[in-house]
Design a protein around this ligand. Structure first.
Ligand SMILES: Nc1nc2c(ncn2[C@@H]2O[C@H](COP(=O)(O)OP(=O)(O)O)[C@@H](O)[C@H]2O)c(=O)[nH]1
Ligand SMILES: [Mg+2]
Length: 239
């Protein structure tokens, strides 16, 4: 039995988090070789997302809440989540996933099939069969160019989607990464982590996903995040 820990950072996702957790368990119930934990890292959301998670975790022992005091960014939420998982959960595979249902849990079995042969499986919007639905043109352009820029500047030409937040990583690989050295707080962490794994010669596989825009709540991506992202792309180039 292999242990999977799905790390989900949340900030004001009270309308989404219960639905996404239920879907995760529904879509994985036939996977007999894996046990699934969901680790929600909530930054004391004003909408009390953590209360929803606490309620769900009373019924489902696989669901764990890691609550932080203040909003401290997507990147550090993942770092704290990974550390918690290594310390307490003994994972074989770690997932990164958003709470807003943009990442369809029905893909989880496909990730797990590939992680048998690869170290780092990317849910990709930019390979054949991948797509983005319901995003406005502005957001699509930002994502496409941000990703293109990052790939080229950071030197990962053969990875098509470097900025997706839907991924599965072998614990053995993730353990070898010095998370402090990635040294970013926000969304730039997604690129930094991929780059660190790339440099460790991880076997990387992209699988197509359909990214759906959120129905509830709003995006937390800020200009500051975008700025950090661009600066960091250059830092990675010269690392
Ligand atoms: N814990 C935590 N989660 C965050 C933070 N910023 C974003 N998130 C979560 O990260 C995921 C992706 O954010 P989202 O706003 O959907 O970004 P977008 O899809 O790029 O618009 C969601 O589950 C958010 O709730 C943060 O500062 N702390
Ligand atoms: Mg989103």
């Amino acid at each position: 039995m292999k242990k999977v820990v799905i790390v989900i950072p949340t900030y004001n996702e009270s309308e989404n988090i219960e639905r996404v957790i239920n879907l995760i368990y529904e879509k994985t119930k036939n996977l007999n070789d894996y046990s699934i934990n969901v680790l929600v890292v909530d930054d004391n959301s004003p909408d009390k997302t953590y209360e929803v998670v606490e309620k769900v975790s009373k019924k489902n022992k696989g669901v764990i809440l890691l609550k932080r005091k203040d909003k401290a960014g997507l990147g550090t939420a993942y770092i704290d989540g990974f550390r918690y998982a290594f310390k307490n959960l003994n994972p074989d595979v770690i997932f990164q996933m958003d709470a807003d249902l943009s990442h369809d849990p029905k893909e989880i079995p496909n990730f797990l099939r590939e992680i048998e042969r690869y170290d780092f499986v990317i849910g990709s919007r930019y390979v054949k069969g991948g797509e983005i639905l319901n995003w406005g043109i502005a957001r699509k352009v930002i994502s496409f160019f941000g990703n293109f820029f990052a790939r080229v500047v950071a030197g990962m030409y053969n990875v098509k989607d470097c900025t997706t937040g839907y991924r599965a990583i072998r614990a053995g690989l993730l353990k070898k990464i010095d998370l402090d050295r990635i040294n970013v707080h926000g969304y730039a962490f997604l690129l930094g982590l991929l780059h660190a794994c790339y440099r460790k010669k991880a076997r990387i596989k992209e699988i197509p996903i359909t990214f759906l825009d959120r129905e509830y709540g709003s995006s937390k991506l800020t200009k500051k995040d975008m700025f950090e992202f661009f600066i960091n792309s250059f830092r990675l180039r010269f690392k």
